[in-house]
Design a protein around this ligand. Sequence first.
Ligand code: NAP
Length: 249
Amino acid sequence: MKMDGKTILITGASRGIGAAAAREFANQGANVALVARSEDDIAKLAGEIGPNALAIPCDVARYWEFEQAITATVSAFGGLDVLINNAGIIAPMAKIEDTDPDAWGHVIDVNLKGVYNGVRAALPIMLERGAGSIFNISSGAAHDPYEPWSAYCASKAGVYMLTRQVDLEYRSNGIRCIGLSPGTVATQMQRDIKSSGLGRVAQLEWTDHIPPEWPARTLVWMCGEEADGYLGNDVRLRDETIRNAVGLI
Ligand code: NAP
Protein backbone atom coordinates (compact mmCIF):
# COMPACT_ATOMS: atom_id res chain seq x y z
CA MET A 1 0.00 0.00 0.00
CA LYS A 2 1.34 3.43 -0.90
CA MET A 3 1.28 5.89 1.97
CA ASP A 4 2.71 8.87 0.07
CA GLY A 5 2.14 12.12 1.92
CA LYS A 6 0.27 10.48 4.83
CA THR A 7 1.38 11.33 8.35
CA ILE A 8 1.68 8.64 11.00
CA LEU A 9 2.51 9.20 14.69
CA ILE A 10 3.95 6.08 16.35
CA THR A 11 4.49 5.83 20.09
CA GLY A 12 7.16 3.52 21.47
CA ALA A 13 9.17 4.14 18.30
CA SER A 14 12.60 3.89 19.94
CA ARG A 15 12.83 0.12 19.42
CA GLY A 16 10.90 -3.11 18.80
CA ILE A 17 7.54 -3.02 17.03
CA GLY A 18 7.36 0.80 17.02
CA ALA A 19 10.76 1.25 15.33
CA ALA A 20 9.93 -1.45 12.76
CA ALA A 21 6.59 0.26 12.05
CA ALA A 22 8.32 3.62 11.58
CA ARG A 23 10.69 2.10 9.01
CA GLU A 24 7.86 0.29 7.21
CA PHE A 25 5.58 3.34 6.95
CA ALA A 26 8.50 5.53 5.85
CA ASN A 27 9.40 2.95 3.17
CA GLN A 28 5.84 3.26 1.88
CA GLY A 29 6.28 7.04 1.52
CA ALA A 30 4.70 8.27 4.78
CA ASN A 31 5.87 11.02 7.11
CA VAL A 32 6.55 9.50 10.51
CA ALA A 33 6.55 11.16 13.93
CA LEU A 34 8.61 9.04 16.33
CA VAL A 35 7.51 9.29 19.96
CA ALA A 36 9.32 7.72 22.95
CA ARG A 37 11.32 8.78 26.01
CA SER A 38 14.76 7.70 24.74
CA GLU A 39 15.73 10.89 22.87
CA ASP A 40 18.97 9.51 21.42
CA ASP A 41 17.32 6.39 20.01
CA ILE A 42 14.50 8.20 18.23
CA ALA A 43 16.90 10.90 16.97
CA LYS A 44 19.15 8.17 15.53
CA LEU A 45 16.20 6.44 13.86
CA ALA A 46 14.91 9.75 12.45
CA GLY A 47 18.39 10.43 11.04
CA GLU A 48 18.41 6.99 9.41
CA ILE A 49 14.93 7.46 7.87
CA GLY A 50 15.56 11.00 6.60
CA PRO A 51 13.64 14.28 6.32
CA ASN A 52 10.22 12.63 6.44
CA ALA A 53 10.86 11.55 10.06
CA LEU A 54 10.55 13.71 13.16
CA ALA A 55 11.76 12.59 16.61
CA ILE A 56 9.60 13.84 19.47
CA PRO A 57 10.68 12.94 23.01
CA CYS A 58 7.53 12.36 25.04
CA ASP A 59 6.20 10.34 27.96
CA VAL A 60 2.79 9.10 26.81
CA ALA A 61 1.61 8.89 30.42
CA ARG A 62 1.66 12.72 30.56
CA TYR A 63 -1.30 14.19 28.68
CA TRP A 64 0.23 17.60 27.96
CA GLU A 65 3.39 16.06 26.53
CA PHE A 66 1.31 13.87 24.22
CA GLU A 67 -0.80 16.83 23.13
CA GLN A 68 2.38 18.79 22.32
CA ALA A 69 3.73 15.83 20.36
CA ILE A 70 0.59 15.83 18.21
CA THR A 71 0.74 19.61 17.73
CA ALA A 72 4.41 19.33 16.68
CA THR A 73 3.50 16.57 14.18
CA VAL A 74 0.72 18.62 12.61
CA SER A 75 2.95 21.72 12.35
CA ALA A 76 5.75 19.72 10.72
CA PHE A 77 3.70 17.65 8.27
CA GLY A 78 0.37 19.49 7.96
CA GLY A 79 -1.93 16.85 9.46
CA LEU A 80 -2.30 13.52 11.22
CA ASP A 81 -3.72 10.54 9.32
CA VAL A 82 -2.84 7.63 11.61
CA LEU A 83 -2.08 7.41 15.32
CA ILE A 84 -0.43 4.18 16.47
CA ASN A 85 -0.63 3.72 20.24
CA ASN A 86 2.15 1.18 20.61
CA ALA A 87 4.18 2.28 23.70
CA GLY A 88 3.90 -0.29 26.45
CA ILE A 89 5.60 -1.80 29.50
CA ILE A 90 5.11 -5.14 31.24
CA ALA A 91 6.81 -4.99 34.68
CA PRO A 92 5.92 -5.66 37.46
CA MET A 93 5.85 -9.36 36.69
CA ALA A 94 4.89 -10.82 40.07
CA LYS A 95 1.87 -12.30 41.80
CA ILE A 96 -0.53 -9.59 42.95
CA GLU A 97 0.40 -9.96 46.65
CA ASP A 98 4.05 -9.22 45.76
CA THR A 99 3.48 -6.20 43.50
CA ASP A 100 4.43 -2.65 44.43
CA PRO A 101 1.24 -0.54 44.18
CA ASP A 102 3.03 2.42 42.53
CA ALA A 103 4.68 0.19 39.93
CA TRP A 104 1.31 -1.48 39.25
CA GLY A 105 -0.32 1.91 38.74
CA HIS A 106 2.49 3.04 36.44
CA VAL A 107 1.62 0.24 34.00
CA ILE A 108 -1.94 1.54 33.87
CA ASP A 109 -0.63 5.10 33.39
CA VAL A 110 1.52 4.11 30.39
CA ASN A 111 -0.41 1.27 28.76
CA LEU A 112 -4.00 2.43 29.28
CA LYS A 113 -3.95 6.14 30.14
CA GLY A 114 -1.23 6.61 27.51
CA VAL A 115 -3.65 5.27 24.88
CA TYR A 116 -6.47 7.47 26.18
CA ASN A 117 -4.09 10.47 26.11
CA GLY A 118 -3.29 9.83 22.45
CA VAL A 119 -6.91 9.31 21.48
CA ARG A 120 -8.00 12.42 23.40
CA ALA A 121 -5.32 14.62 21.83
CA ALA A 122 -5.69 13.29 18.26
CA LEU A 123 -9.48 13.24 18.01
CA PRO A 124 -10.07 17.01 17.59
CA ILE A 125 -7.67 17.07 14.61
CA MET A 126 -9.13 13.95 13.01
CA LEU A 127 -12.73 14.99 13.64
CA GLU A 128 -12.15 18.38 12.04
CA ARG A 129 -11.10 16.59 8.85
CA GLY A 130 -13.74 13.86 9.23
CA ALA A 131 -11.11 11.12 8.81
CA GLY A 132 -8.34 9.35 10.68
CA SER A 133 -7.20 5.93 11.86
CA ILE A 134 -6.25 5.00 15.42
CA PHE A 135 -4.50 1.67 15.95
CA ASN A 136 -3.97 0.39 19.48
CA ILE A 137 -1.46 -2.38 20.13
CA SER A 138 -3.35 -5.02 22.05
CA SER A 139 -2.33 -8.47 23.27
CA GLY A 140 -3.65 -11.92 24.01
CA ALA A 141 -3.42 -10.58 27.58
CA ALA A 142 -6.37 -8.28 26.80
CA HIS A 143 -8.65 -11.30 26.61
CA ASP A 144 -7.20 -13.87 29.04
CA PRO A 145 -5.23 -13.74 32.29
CA TYR A 146 -1.58 -14.61 31.62
CA GLU A 147 1.31 -15.44 33.89
CA PRO A 148 1.84 -13.16 36.93
CA TRP A 149 1.09 -10.10 34.79
CA SER A 150 -1.98 -8.60 36.48
CA ALA A 151 -1.15 -4.97 35.66
CA TYR A 152 -0.31 -5.75 32.03
CA CYS A 153 -3.43 -7.90 31.50
CA ALA A 154 -5.72 -5.34 33.18
CA SER A 155 -4.20 -2.50 31.15
CA LYS A 156 -4.54 -4.36 27.82
CA ALA A 157 -8.13 -5.38 28.62
CA GLY A 158 -8.78 -1.66 29.17
CA VAL A 159 -7.14 -0.82 25.83
CA TYR A 160 -9.39 -3.34 24.08
CA MET A 161 -12.45 -1.67 25.60
CA LEU A 162 -11.14 1.78 24.56
CA THR A 163 -10.82 0.48 20.97
CA ARG A 164 -14.46 -0.61 21.10
CA GLN A 165 -15.50 2.65 22.74
CA VAL A 166 -13.75 4.90 20.19
CA ASP A 167 -15.39 2.87 17.42
CA LEU A 168 -18.82 3.17 19.05
CA GLU A 169 -18.53 6.91 19.53
CA TYR A 170 -16.71 7.98 16.36
CA ARG A 171 -17.05 5.49 13.50
CA SER A 172 -19.87 7.62 12.08
CA ASN A 173 -17.47 10.60 12.11
CA GLY A 174 -14.95 8.86 9.85
CA ILE A 175 -12.66 7.58 12.61
CA ARG A 176 -11.33 4.03 12.11
CA CYS A 177 -10.19 2.44 15.38
CA ILE A 178 -8.67 -1.08 15.37
CA GLY A 179 -6.53 -3.06 17.84
CA LEU A 180 -3.62 -5.28 16.84
CA SER A 181 -2.80 -8.34 18.92
CA PRO A 182 0.58 -9.38 17.51
CA GLY A 183 1.25 -12.70 19.29
CA THR A 184 4.78 -12.98 20.68
CA VAL A 185 7.33 -10.76 18.98
CA ALA A 186 11.14 -10.82 19.20
CA THR A 187 11.71 -7.53 21.06
CA GLN A 188 13.16 -6.24 24.33
CA MET A 189 9.82 -6.99 26.02
CA GLN A 190 10.28 -10.71 25.29
CA ARG A 191 13.87 -10.52 26.57
CA ASP A 192 12.51 -9.10 29.84
CA ILE A 193 9.87 -11.83 30.05
CA LYS A 194 12.52 -14.49 29.41
CA SER A 195 14.77 -13.09 32.14
CA SER A 196 11.88 -13.17 34.63
CA GLY A 197 11.65 -16.94 34.12
CA LEU A 198 8.00 -16.68 35.17
CA GLY A 199 5.13 -18.33 33.32
CA ARG A 200 4.62 -20.10 30.00
CA VAL A 201 5.74 -17.29 27.71
CA ALA A 202 9.13 -17.15 29.48
CA GLN A 203 9.69 -20.79 28.46
CA LEU A 204 9.41 -20.02 24.73
CA GLU A 205 12.49 -20.06 22.51
CA TRP A 206 13.57 -16.87 20.73
CA THR A 207 12.79 -18.57 17.41
CA ASP A 208 9.16 -19.04 18.53
CA HIS A 209 8.61 -15.27 18.26
CA ILE A 210 7.69 -13.46 15.07
CA PRO A 211 9.94 -10.60 13.88
CA PRO A 212 8.76 -7.01 14.61
CA GLU A 213 8.50 -6.45 10.84
CA TRP A 214 5.35 -8.64 10.80
CA PRO A 215 3.21 -6.40 13.03
CA ALA A 216 4.77 -3.41 11.22
CA ARG A 217 3.53 -4.67 7.84
CA THR A 218 0.16 -5.55 9.38
CA LEU A 219 -0.24 -1.97 10.61
CA VAL A 220 0.26 -0.71 7.04
CA TRP A 221 -2.34 -3.25 5.85
CA MET A 222 -4.75 -2.00 8.53
CA CYS A 223 -4.78 1.41 6.80
CA GLY A 224 -6.69 -0.12 3.88
CA GLU A 225 -10.40 -0.80 3.48
CA GLU A 226 -9.70 -4.54 3.62
CA ALA A 227 -9.28 -4.15 7.39
CA ASP A 228 -12.63 -2.40 7.89
CA GLY A 229 -14.22 -5.66 9.01
CA TYR A 230 -12.09 -5.31 12.18
CA LEU A 231 -13.25 -1.81 13.17
CA GLY A 232 -13.78 -1.74 16.94
CA ASN A 233 -12.03 -5.09 17.34
CA ASP A 234 -8.58 -6.67 17.54
CA VAL A 235 -6.79 -7.99 14.47
CA ARG A 236 -5.02 -11.13 15.72
CA LEU A 237 -1.76 -11.85 14.00
CA ARG A 238 -1.82 -15.49 15.11
CA ASP A 239 -4.77 -15.88 12.74
CA GLU A 240 -3.65 -17.48 9.46
CA THR A 241 -6.32 -15.54 7.55
CA ILE A 242 -4.68 -12.29 8.62
CA ARG A 243 -1.16 -13.55 7.86
CA ASN A 244 -2.34 -14.49 4.37
CA ALA A 245 -4.19 -11.22 3.83
CA VAL A 246 -1.10 -9.21 4.83
CA GLY A 247 1.12 -11.43 2.66
CA LEU A 248 3.31 -12.69 5.51
CA ILE A 249 2.96 -16.35 4.47
P1 NAP B 1 9.76 -2.88 23.61
O1 NAP B 1 10.80 -3.27 22.64
O2 NAP B 1 10.03 -3.01 25.05
O3 NAP B 1 9.34 -1.37 23.25
C1 NAP B 1 8.47 -0.62 24.06
C2 NAP B 1 8.44 0.79 23.56
O4 NAP B 1 7.55 1.56 24.41
C3 NAP B 1 9.80 1.47 23.59
O5 NAP B 1 9.99 2.20 22.40
C4 NAP B 1 9.68 2.41 24.78
O6 NAP B 1 10.47 3.56 24.55
C5 NAP B 1 8.21 2.77 24.74
N1 NAP B 1 7.70 3.31 26.00
C6 NAP B 1 7.64 2.69 27.20
N2 NAP B 1 7.15 3.54 28.13
C7 NAP B 1 6.89 4.72 27.49
C8 NAP B 1 6.37 5.96 27.91
N3 NAP B 1 6.01 6.19 29.18
N4 NAP B 1 6.24 6.95 26.99
C9 NAP B 1 6.62 6.75 25.69
N5 NAP B 1 7.10 5.58 25.24
C10 NAP B 1 7.24 4.58 26.14
O7 NAP B 1 8.42 -3.70 23.37
P2 NAP B 1 7.57 -4.11 22.08
O8 NAP B 1 7.45 -5.57 22.11
O9 NAP B 1 8.05 -3.42 20.87
O10 NAP B 1 6.15 -3.53 22.53
C11 NAP B 1 5.37 -2.66 21.76
C12 NAP B 1 3.90 -2.93 22.07
O11 NAP B 1 3.55 -4.26 21.68
C13 NAP B 1 3.56 -2.82 23.56
O12 NAP B 1 2.31 -2.16 23.70
C14 NAP B 1 3.42 -4.27 23.99
O13 NAP B 1 2.57 -4.43 25.08
C15 NAP B 1 2.84 -4.88 22.73
N6 NAP B 1 3.00 -6.33 22.63
C16 NAP B 1 4.23 -6.89 22.54
C17 NAP B 1 4.33 -8.27 22.45
C18 NAP B 1 5.67 -8.96 22.34
O14 NAP B 1 5.70 -10.20 22.36
N7 NAP B 1 6.77 -8.23 22.19
C19 NAP B 1 3.19 -9.08 22.47
C20 NAP B 1 1.95 -8.47 22.56
C21 NAP B 1 1.86 -7.10 22.63
P3 NAP B 1 11.26 4.39 25.68
O15 NAP B 1 11.69 3.43 26.73
O16 NAP B 1 12.35 5.01 24.90
O17 NAP B 1 10.26 5.41 26.17
